[in-house]
Design a protein. Structure first.
Ligand SMILES: [Zn+2]
Length: 149
């Protein structure tokens, strides 16, 4: 006599509900990132880091006396948000590269869909792009301390 058995379960990664949960988790992560980003932008629009004690200080600079790659970011973003682009670049030249790349990542991850998303993510998420970014970041870290910029 043959025993009746339940049909085999699909592998966990193919269950119907998991895609929905993963999508909700991704949206939650993006929502948190966007909320923090908007909070930082609003804070730095209304707070001049040169005049305010509320602006956080750089731990690397406090500990070593040298600039980290991000030093000047708050002043640069404050200047940028007020349309002073030359001052923004002067406070941190790396933003000239970092802001367009950040914008491209936001577009490719949050705005674009389908083929356009895949095409942009081939660039923004590429191993070569990420390594180039990291190398330029490290070179900037050294060069800015040698030249005092
Ligand atoms: Zn710093």
């Amino acid at each position: 006599m043959k025993r009746a058995s339940a049909p085999p379960l699909p592998p966990p990664n193919q269950t119907e509900g998991e895609g929905v949960v993963a999508k909700k988790n991704r949206r939650l992560r993006y929502g948190i990132v966007i909320a923090v980003g908007v909070a930082v932008v609003v804070f730095l629009f209304f707070t001049n880091p040169l005049e305010s004690q509320l602006a956080p200080k750089c731990f690397w600079k406090l500990a070593t006396g040298t600039d980290c790659p991000g030093c000047g970011f708050q002043r640069a973003l404050h200047a940028f948000l007020h349309g002073n682009f030359a001052d923004a670049a002067r406070y941190n030249f790396f933003l000239i590269l970092a802001l367009p790349y950040l914008f491209a990542v936001i577009l490719s991850d949050l705005v674009f869909r389908g083929e356009r998303r895949e095409r942009w993510q081939r660039f923004t998420h590429s191993r070569y792009t990420l390594w180039a970014y990291i190398i330029i970041y490290c070179v900037w870290w050294v060069v800015r301390n040698i030249l005092g910029i």
